[in-house]
Design a protein. Structure first.
Length: 712
């Protein structure tokens, strides 16, 4: 057999349908080739081979499970999965399985109106062409967000909240009696009281907070925080608990610590910083041997585990830095006063004390609880002036520290660290919160001096716990880990940079790849394509995160690395301080599962904080450009998408979009692999990094979006 009536041979599609029906009728059975051929009446060699090939593909598609070389069963495990729903404004929603598999497409009609970040159960549908899997949401297990932020519209009989972004499918209905005094145009936070169902697609909610009028600086900044579920106020009970804490630097406390009050000590921070969580002490022990103390605010001495302050700090996990404000992890009384290493005040610290020779080799180091008194608070700018020739306070000390930091830095890059010196966008803000200037900040000798000693402290305490003799199990510690680059993305980067005449090694040792990456960065320095190559290279890198499972830090080329130096603004550092203190007192290893869960939460919150920070930058950028509509600027292409080209203005670094419909001289195809748009008729190419002249067309503050057009 193996033939249809009329003598036609079976084709692949028909065999696939027959196999699908057979396995669905026997969902719990393993079927051998013999049983399959008999059931489907396949008795010719070509028909049998076609069935075997088709089953091979169905297994590759996860539809079947291969049990042995000659038997298969229905992959019921893979058909129903749980995970996270990711909503996209363009309707290309997806499902991210819990097992870490690849995202699966979910069409809008199969989404059950799930929202971005919701936990859902899906059923995998019959495969489409080209092996594209598709999933259907069958149940919403839990909603990620139960509140939304947006602009109120109040009509005669009803009101609703217009939300931003792609989180909600529909606007949220708000009963008039639940408006809390809100009026049209107010920014508001709404708690959702009713979700979409089969009977009603409406989302219903009630106003829990009015943030202010749209366009007001405070209202907009609070809206960004509320949008990400970040707090914009401190709970009174937590502030009251913090206010009762006394510095408590008693003679008894000092006697328990190493006393550094008479050793020259300074802090070096941004000029507008208030929370100084690290200080450096410095003295010469003998000719050619220096003692450098890295002193970190002893937050865990004041914030005890399980207290109301600690619970709030866990929830926040990090301080959030918006353009015009800091939303601290700890109450102000602690972060800016009690714990902050302010000049001429006695402070309790947890310190790493290093003895370094002229080549910055560590001759000896130890960890200690200390008491310090900072002699001087420097801004980075002051230190930079001293390092580049200007005389100032303690010139010799700072220049020696700089010399040692440069040795550490040089050794780090020789060891395979990756050199990413990305510029950061900054704004000067007036007293009303309006941006008056927009500029990039690059790292310099002053920032690198601090960075190197912080890296040294972080690495040393991580090694102290993690680096154990063979056969000995290391004690639990939260590490800062960074995996090797994704090989596929690295290969794509290699293919991309070849077009500019650069080479990149994608195989061999970790060190060989990072050396090759550094050579690429140096080669592109100052060239037109520099920004573009750095951007594409960054995309090939993995994200750093917190974990108790140490895999080392690829970017820094450290086998052991943790975060110890910023406990005022990062919760993982506080966890590390507590564990180190316990271990110094002889405690057994802490519960790894408990700390791994905390690490995951801290990694997630770090990402949320970065997104909020990015949105605040976008908002200020649009606000800064709002009175410049019609102005023409020289720019360069900073991003390319299927819907248009992103351009960054050379003069002030503001970025906007030239929409695809504005490129009306041709029909342009998006070449994703080569980051360019190519015209079908004239073959004109728009490529990342290309210079371009733009005109500011629109500044939509509500959407935090700048629109440009091409200048004539």
């Amino acid at each position: 057999m193996g033939k249809k009536k009329g003598g036609k041979r079976l084709n692949k599609k028909q065999v696939a349908e027959m196999l699908q029906t057979l396995f669905q009728q026997n969902p719990n059975e393993t079927l051998s080739f013999k049983q399959i051929f008999r059931a489907l009446k396949l008795d010719t060699h070509p028909a049998k081979m076609l069935a075997i090939d088709t089953m091979e593909e169905m297994a590759w598609d996860d539809y079947l499970s291969k049990v042995s070389e000659t038997s298969y069963r229905l992959n019921t495990k893979g058909q129903v999965q749980e995970g996270t729903f990711i909503r996209k404004a363009n309707g290309k929603n997806s499902f991210m399985p819990d097992d870490g598999g690849k995202p699966i497409f979910v069409s809008e009609r199969n989404s059950m109106f799930a929202l971005n970040g919701d936990r859902v159960r899906v059923s995998l549908m019959a495969r489409r062409q080209n092996h594209i899997k598709e999933a259907m949401v069958t149940e919403i297990l839990s909603h990620k967000m139960d509140q939304a932020v947006g602009k109120l519209m109040v009509e005669k009989d009803y009101a609703f909240l217009i939300t931003e972004g792609n989180i909600f499918v529909h606007d949220i209905m708000v009963p008039k009696k639940k408006l809390k005094g809100g009026k049209t145009g107010d920014k508001a936070v709404v708690k959702i009281t009713q979700w979409p169902s089969k009977d009603s697609k409406n989302i219903v909610g009630e106003v829990i907070d009015i943030l202010g009028k749209q366009g007001e600086n405070n209202a907009e900044m609070h809206a960004i925080l509320a949008q990400y579920g970040l707090p914009y106020r401190y709970p009174k009970a937590v502030e009251d608990a913090a206010a009762k804490i006394d510095a408590g630097i008693t003679p008894e406390e000092i006697s328990r610590r190493e006393d550094f009050r008479n050793v020259w000590t300074c802090t070096i921070d941004p000029k507008d910083a208030k929370d100084f969580d690290d200080a450096l002490s410095f003295r010469e022990i003998k000719k050619g041997l220096w003692e450098v103390g890295v002193h970190i605010a002893d937050v865990s001495h004041y914030v005890k585990e399980g207290t109301i302050i600690d619970k709030e700090a866990v929830k926040r996990a990090t301080s959030v830095y918006l353009v015009d404000r800091t939303i601290p992890m700890l109450p102000e009384h602690l972060c800016n006063f009690i714990c902050s290493l302010r000049p001429d005040e006695e402070k309790l610290c947890y310190s790493t004390i290093f003895e370094l020779d002229e080549e910055a080799n560590i001759k000896h180091w130890h960890l200690a609880h200390t008491v310090i008194r900072s002699n001087r608070r420097y801004a980075y700018e002051e230190v930079q002036e001293i390092l580049t020739g200007k005389d100032g306070d303690y010139t010799q000390e700072l220049r020696t520290l700089d010399r040692l930091a440069k040795k550490l830095r040089e050794r780090r890059f020789k060891g395979g660290a990756v050199k990413f010196d990305r510029e950061e966008l900054h704004f000067d803000i007036d007293e009303k919160g309006k941006p008056t200037r927009c500029y990039f900040k690059k790292s310099n000798d002053a920032t690198q001096l601090i960075e190197e000693f912080m890296l040294l402290a972080n690495r040393s305490v991580a090694e102290m716990i993690g680096k154990v003799k063979k056969g000995v199990k290391a004690k639990t510690l939260p590490y800062r880990v960074h995996d090797q680059p994704d090989p596929t993305k690295l290969e794509a980067l290699r293919e991309f940079v070849v077009k500019f005449g650069y080479k990149l090694k994608t195989g061999g040792t970790k060190g060989a790849i990072s050396k090759s990456l550094n050579a690429l960065m140096e080669g592109a320095q100052g060239k037109r394509e520099q920004n573009l190559i750095e951007t594409v290279a960054l995309r090939a890198m993995m994200k750093a995160k917190y974990s108790t499972h140490n895999i080392g830090h690829y970017g820094l080329a450290f086998d052991y690395y943790t975060h110890f130096t910023s406990p005022i603004r990062r919760y993982p550092d506080t966890m590390v301080h507590r564990l180190l203190t316990k271990y110094q007192e002889g405690a057994r290893s802490a519960n790894r599962d408990k700390y791994e869960e905390l690490c995951e939460h801290c990694s997630d919150m770090e990402q949320v904080a970065q997104n909020a920070e990015r949105d605040s930058i976008k908002y200020k950028m649009v606000e800064f450009m709002a009175d410049k509509i019609g102005n023409t600027y020289e720019a360069h292409i900073s991003g390319i998408q299927s819907y248009g080209i992103y351009c960054e203005i050379d003069e002030n670094h503001c970025e906007g979009l030239v929409p695809m419909h504005d490129l009306d001289d041709d029909y342009y195809d998006f070449d994703e692999k080569n980051y360019c748009l190519v015209g079908r008729r004239h073959h004109h190419k728009y490529q990342l990094g290309d210079p371009i002249t733009i005109q500011v067309a629109k500044a939509n503050i509500e959407k935090r979006q700048l629109d440009f057009t091409l200048a004539e």
